[in-house]
Design a protein around this ligand. Structure first.
Ligand SMILES: [Fe+2]
Length: 311
């Protein structure tokens, strides 16, 4: 059974117009929606973001109040994967087996759906980085991006109340592997033995209820992370934190506050792991969370750190 990754995100939002503007500004392309009164946006690899009004009765119950993720769709490689999942998930709350899909709820009440992946390979040339002993770019400057164009949906992060129960569900029922963990605080999980550092991060903060922390989109390189974040600032969207780099996963990141719930992240250069990787157990601290980061972002016009106005 192989879960490939995140195929689709379905959001229920308080302000549909604002969400539309945000997704377009974020660099997602508007697609032809097959769902009436729900807008569709796509990444370059064909992964989908659907936006519904939060009160739309076609959406399953929300796992937190306000604008948030209402259904997370994981893509699988073949039809037999759906059969295997149906066997494992039968008996879970909300379980249903339809033609071409399996659905259930995770232990926090979020609706999960599994479908055949329709993602496409994205072939775009990415100019290399010149490092000592490894010259990849000759007679060619490094790119500067005016805005980002996300390639795929890389991972999702939830606030979780019962870390053990959530990790047990994702590992035992869905076959996710732990990649690294913060003692008592969180676990990074990848869907397969081999793949990018995490498809899912479960974060436990005492007294913080279940909810969406952020969803993350892959971009070409560090320069597109910067160009994307600066463009979002010019379009008046505020930064949560970024740019910066996580020492765990090695990714360069920029998180923008999102009207769809939580934050939307641009990231690149995360670790790629195989069965040989040994998960690390770490103490969560400022240094293990961020090697460095800019709080509040960079100003897209001055290209300098955003300076908060006094008072
Ligand atoms: Fe992230």
């Amino acid at each position: 059974m192989t879960i490939k990754g995140i195929e689709e995100l379905r959001f229920g939002v308080e302000d549909v117009e604002k969400a539309r503007r945000f997704l377009g500004d974020f660099g997602l392309g508007a697609g032809a929606s097959e769902v009436q009164d729900a807008d569709l946006y796509r990444t370059l690899n064909g992964s989908r973001v659907y936006v519904y009004d939060q009160h739309d009765t076609r959406l399953p119950e929300a796992f937190e109040a306000g604008s948030t993720l209402r259904t997370l769709v994981w893509g699988v490689e073949q039809a037999s994967d759906l059969d295997a999942l149906a066997e494992r998930l039968a008996g879970q709350p909300g379980f249903a087996r339809e033609a071409g899909a399996v659905t259930c709820r995770d232990p926090q009440g979020l609706t999960l759906r599994f479908e055949l992946s329709t993602q496409v390979e994205v072939e775009i040339r990415v100019p290399g980085i010149n490092q000592h002993g490894d010259i990849r770019r000759v007679d060619e400057p490094s790119p500067v991006y005016e805005q980002a164009q996300p390639i795929g949906i890389g991972h999702v992060v939830f606030f979780v109340e019962d870390l053990e129960a959530m990790e047990a569900f994702y590992s035992e029922k869905l076959g996710f592997q732990p990649s690294d963990r913060y003692i008592g605080k969180g676990v990074f999980m990848r869907a397969g033995q081999e793949g990018h550092h995490h498809d899912l991060f479960l974060l436990h903060i005492p007294n913080k209820p279940a909810g969406l922390n952020h969803v993350a989109f892959t971009v070409r390189d560090i320069h597109e992370v910067i160009g994307g974040g600066l463009a979002m600032n010019r379009k008046q969207w505020s930064t949560f934190i970024g740019p910066g780099r996580h020492p765990i996963s090695s990714a360069y990141f920029w998180y923008v506050n999102s009207p769809l719930g939580g934050a939307f992240e641009y990231y690149t250069n995360d670790d790629y792991l195989t069965a040989a990787w040994q998960p690390r157990t770490l103490v969560h601290s400022l240094e293990t969370f961020t090697e460095w980061a800019v709080e509040g972002g960079l100003d897209g016009t001055t290209r300098r750190q955003v300076v908060k106005q006094a008072g």
